[in-house]
Design a protein around this ligand. Structure first.
Ligand code: ADP
Ligand code: MG
Length: 467
């Protein structure tokens, strides 16, 4: 990869300049040995999260989800689903009929003032959106079972009882941490007065993603999210889940929500963090938290790129004569979607790169500048993809089944042109020889997944099987 700058395409970068630039980005290139060390640390942290005696000290909480049965493809009926993932909020109506799934959905904006407001405001807003949706879809009188995909770290006490353990991904609504989300939602719906729904399950998006793919693929064992945040879940043997308080009866398994975005919060990843990672963290709303997530996910990747570009510009290595007022110098202004777009440029015209730079108000840049910008994007996306690969390889080696499907969802994975291939490349290196795997894009994991959990839950309840 370090040959990219020497690519004859642009041609005019001087060796001395390349060397200096390399000095500022070296920290993003990690050796295979380093990724193996990260896997070992992650494995230890996961075990510490799973054990009852050490969980209180563990950063990776390994929450048992109470989702213990995968769909079998016979699920039927009409369900409501909510998807609160960090960037978007959606209300969905999902009709399941065997392998056929019909989804109608509407996306609603969550304004920043609500993301940082009170819990009451947030849940009133959610209730409002449900009300509008139910009205426009003419299902006012029907009491539909609802599956709630709430993608923040939660401690589950039952399938439909989840307490928020902390906010992440730019949310910080007062009065929600420690509360039962189902009660908050029901209370908000009651305040609205006229909607009758029954929340039968609260899950997160990783679980929804696993469920959605498991609907048609029996080998699906892992769900991965690469969206606003980064998280993974997997099906674990109950005997390995020290936190499991219930009886150990069939099926002797439960999906564990790792919440691995918090890996590194105790400092164990400090040896790979760059100055840019530290700066991003300092200016985030949750400093010191979600260290792994901040090196991978869509909420942060563009900002890491921006910080590097800013540094190179200040050092006189990029964009000479740039206007200091331009938006390259504004925090949060370099969107992660630019990284995908820039990485899609394959010739010397740099069409997407130029468009992104134009949107940032940059003028008079050269082809060499475009080349450097692309190089920085390449390095930062590769590190993110390789870290995700190391996480998955840790889980795959732990589960140790001969052939596994990993369901993946989230805009970063979906739209980044090289993320999938980069991940596969690194996983082949890190997964134990003999274990086969495939990464499968999950279709609407959060919506279909929540409906499937709701369907499985109602089926088990109707059969008087208590979860
Ligand atoms: P959520 O995580 O809220 O469910 P998404 O899966 O859509 O939502 O992920 C949103 C994140 O994906 C945002 O942080 C955004 O920066 C990033 N993103 C959006 N479009 C792209 C893209 N084309 N390429 C890479 N990342 C993107
Ligand atoms: Mg999502």
């Amino acid at each position: 990869m370090n040959t990219i700058l020497k690519n004859p395409l642009g041609g005019n970068l001087k060796d001395a300049q390349i060397k200096k630039i390399e000095g500022f980005v070296r920290g993003f290139k990690l050796s295979s040995l380093t990724y193996k060390r990260i896997m070992q640390l992650l494995h230890e942290e996961m075990n510490s999260g799973l054990s009852k005696t050490t969980n209180h000290m563990a950063d990776i909480k390994m929450f048992p989800t109470f989702v213990r049965s995968l769909p079998d493809g016979t699920e039927k009926g009409k369900y409501l689903a909510l998807d609160l993932g960090g960037t978007n909020f959606r209300v969905l109506m999902v009709e399941l009929n065997g392998k056929d799934v019909d989804i109608q959905s509407k996306t609603y904006l969550i304004p920043q003032r609500i993301m940082l407001g009170t819990g009451t405001q947030l849940f009133d807003h959610i209730a409002d959106c449900i009300c509008k949706f139910v009205n426009t879809h003419d299902i006012m009188g029907e009491k539909l079972p609802l599956g709630f995909t709430f993608s923040f770290p939660c401690k589950q006490e039952g399938l439909a009882t989840a307490r928020l353990s902390k906010w992440t991904k730019g949310f910080r609504c007062e009065g929600v941490v420690g509360e039962d989300l189902c009660i908050l939602l029901h209370e908000a719906l009651k305040r609205k007065g006229n909607i009758d729904v029954e929340v039968v399950a609260i899950i997160n998006d990783a679980v929804g993603t696993l469920m959605s793919t498991a609907h048609s693929d029996r080998n699906c064992e892992i769900g991965l999210i690469l969206g606003t945040g980064c998280n993974a879940c997997y099906m674990e043997n109950l005997e390995h889940v020290g936190l499991w308080d219930g009886e150990i009866r069939n099926p002797k398994q439960v999906i564990v929500n790792t919440e691995w975005g918090a890996f590194g919060d105790n400092g164990c990843l400090d040896f790979i963090r760059t100055e840019y990672d530290r700066e991003l963290d300092t200016f985030s709303i949750n400093p010191g938290k979600q260290i792994l997530e901040k090196m991978i996910s869509g909420m942060y990747m563009g900002e890491i790129v921006r910080l590097v570009l800013e540094r190179l510009t200040m050092e006189g290595l990029l964009f000479s004569g740039v206007d200091r007022e331009c938006e390259l110098f504004v925090r949060g202004r370099f969107y992660t979607k630019y990284v995908s777009e820039i990485e899609s440029d394959h010739d010397e015209f740099f069409r997407n790169t130029k468009q992104a730079l134009d949107e940032l108000g940059l003028e008079g840049y050269s082809s060499e500048d475009c080349k450097i910008v692309k190089y920085v994007c390449t390095l930062i996306s590769a590190r993110a993809a390789f870290l995700s690969a190391a996480g998955l390889a840790t889980l795959i080696n732990k589960i140790n089944k001969p052939n596994m499907t990993i369901a993946v969802d989230g805009s970063l994975y979906r739209f980044h042109p090289r993320f999938h291939n980069l991940m596969c490349l690194k996983m082949k290196e890190l997964v134990r020889p003999g274990l086969k795997f495939q990464l499968q894009l999950s279709h609407d994991g959060s919506g279909k997944g929540a409906a499937l959990v709701a369907a499985v839950a109602t089926r088990l309840r109707d059969n008087k099987i208590i979860l």
